[in-house]
Write a protein of this length. Structure first.
Length: 189
């Protein structure tokens, strides 16, 4: 067992860090099997050495977000923990700040993950940015198994005929796909 002390500058930081009914700290305690106790301006993290180190990194990262004006939620606490577990805790501070707009209810819209941050940066840097998910993607395949797999994942599918292929049964492909492409001039749907 080991313990690590983390100093807190203001009590408001501790209140934000712990969250409503201590929900944020409980997530950290349960994830890393540590005990976190606040005494005055100090947080004491107790547990196994590796777990204490990870929990302290998460707490330091969350305090950095709080200092930048971010409100903590279950989502960003869990995301910080996942980044620390992957060894990417230095990237957490990239999330703070970027407010895209304010909703009609006065809430800021901002990226909550590094992927969303990357997407927002692409929007800022480029005239046209396409955001394509499974609902907007067509998978082109030449085997029935691949078409069934893509369909099960929610993608639209298009069977491709491979001219001269001895092992391809194009009619069976057409039966399982949403569309079929014989050539760029002939499309069956």
């Amino acid at each position: 067992m080991t313990e690590q002390i983390i100093n807190i500058d203001r009590m408001e930081q501790a209140v934000a860090l712990f969250g409503t009914f201590d929900e944020n700290i409980k997530l950290i305690q349960n994830e890393y099997m540590v005990s976190v106790v606040c005494r005055g301006s100090e947080l004491k993290v107790t547990g196994e050495i590796e777990n204490v180190a990870k929990a302290a990194k998460v707490i330091d990262s969350l305090l950095a977000l709080i200092n930048r004006g971010e409100a903590l939620s279950d989502q960003n606490v869990r995301y910080c923990m996942s980044l620390v577990n992957e060894g990417n805790e230095q990237r957490i501070e990239q999330l703070a700040g970027d407010c895209i707009c304010i909703t009609s209810k006065g809430r800021p819209v901002k990226p909550k993950t590094l992927g969303q941050k990357k997407y927002c940066n692409a929007i800022k840097k480029n005239t046209i940015t396409l955001g394509i998910g499974p609902a907007d993607t067509i998978v082109f395949e030449d085997t029935p198994d691949a078409i069934v797999t893509a369909s099960a994942a929610g993608f639209l599918t298009c069977a491709l005929e491979v001219p001269g292929s001895a092992h391809q049964d194009f009619e069976s492909l057409r039966n399982v796909a949403d569309a079929a492409l014989v050539s760029w001039d002939v499309v069956y749907s």
